[in-house]
Design a binder for this molecule. Structure first.
Ligand SMILES: Nc1ncnc2c1ncn2[C@@H]1O[C@H](COP(=O)(O)OP(=O)(O)OP(=O)(O)O)[C@@H](O)[C@H]1O
Length: 302
């Protein structure tokens, strides 16, 4: 069995002359929580809709569970995928239980499957309420229960934390982790790294329709190249000496030099010493994952 549950090659979507998803090579390992990140408009929803065959790619391929998504395989493959795209589904004037019964009938499921899904999202005590009385978080969880009822191997969730308060976000995190623990692969999108970085073990970062990073959190941190900060006797002179490296003096009086590897750092220090600048200290700027994400998506790539 393939250890990659979703794989795309050169997946591309154009609307008119505009390319909104470009040559995407997505790799979602089986059993992972895959955090699909990118600013609004980056193309996350469009990609998810292509994975679900809701829209047709302009070019490129989608493989799910080792099989290409085609007209012939579509029905079977979609049977193994649960999804929540756009606003949570569910009829507001019906109760949670009535909504779930509709799903049960539509998909030809048994009672146990529905009960399992409702328990998985911890809604079993709220099912008598009308959906219009649900909080947004409860509506999202009901939507996930609907997606889970068919016991999918893959769950695709588009921004399930959108509009949730911090407690709701935390609840969603716990739920996704639990699902992954039960063996469901979860692909979840967000425009906020902080909302999914603790849940996801693989990250895919999209910017302007292109994948600018795909890998683990630690790979993302390793791929970043934080500024080198130099404390020295004559910051202005140092910045001038290192003008070619785009050095600048920071507010705290250090000299910040971007984009240096270790060898270049040693060269820069040697250059300062030969200019008779006293070098007191050299360190890398501390970066959070959020900093790396922000600079990646702002700059458009690694
Ligand atoms: N049917 C369509 N026709 C034309 N352009 C579209 C269509 N659907 C999406 N787009 C454009 O494609 C780009 C990507 O949209 P998409 O919804 O995939 O982004 P996203 O990353 O999911 O962002 P968001 O979080 O805001 O939904 C946007 O610029 C959007 O305007």
């Amino acid at each position: 069995m393939s250890s990659t549950i979703v794989e795309t090659s050169n997946l591309t979507k154009r609307y008119g002359g505009r390319t909104v998803v470009e040559n995407l090579d997505l790799r979602i390992p089986s059993g992972s929580v895959y955090g699909f990140l990118g600013p609004n408009g980056a193309g996350k929803s469009t990609t998810m809709k292509m994975l679900l065959s809701l829209i047709q790619p302009t070019s490129g391929e989608v493989q799910i569970m080792g099989q290409p998504m085609t007209r012939a395989t579509r029905r079977k493959l979609l049977g193994g995928i649960g999804s929540l795209i756009e606003a949570p589904p569910g009829y507001a004037h019906l109760t949670g239980a009535e909504n779930m019964r509709l799903v049960q009938r539509m998909l030809g499921l048994n009672r146990q499957q529905v009960d399992f899904a409702v328990r998985a999202v911890r809604l079993q005590d709220q099912m008598g309420k009308k959906v219009r009385e649900f909080s947004l978080g409860m509506k999202q969880r009901l939507g996930i229960a609907m997606a889970l009822a068919r016991q999918p191997r893959l769950l695709i969730l588009d921004e399930p934390t959108n509009g949730l308060d911090p407690a709701g976000i935390e609840e969603m995190r716990t739920l996704l982790r639990r699902l992954a623990g039960d063996g469901v692969t979860v692909m979840v999108s967000s425009h906020l790294l902080g909302e999914i970085d603790k849940t996801a073990n693989v990250l895919g970062i999209l910017s302007g329709g292109r994948m600018i990073f795909q890998g683990s959190r630690s790979e993302l941190m390793a791929a970043s190249n934080p500024d080198v900060l130099i404390t020295c006797s004559a910051p202005e002179t140092a910045a001038l000496t290192l003008h070619a490296f785009s050095a600048r003096v920071t507010e705290s009086g250090e000299v910040a030099v971007p984009g240096l590897d270790n060898r270049q750092t040693a060269g820069v220090v040697a250059a300062l010493v030969s200019e008779k600048v006293g070098v007191y200290g050299v360190r890398r700027q501390e970066q959070t994952l959020e900093d790396v994400f922000m600079s990646l998506t702002a700059g458009g790539g690694l």
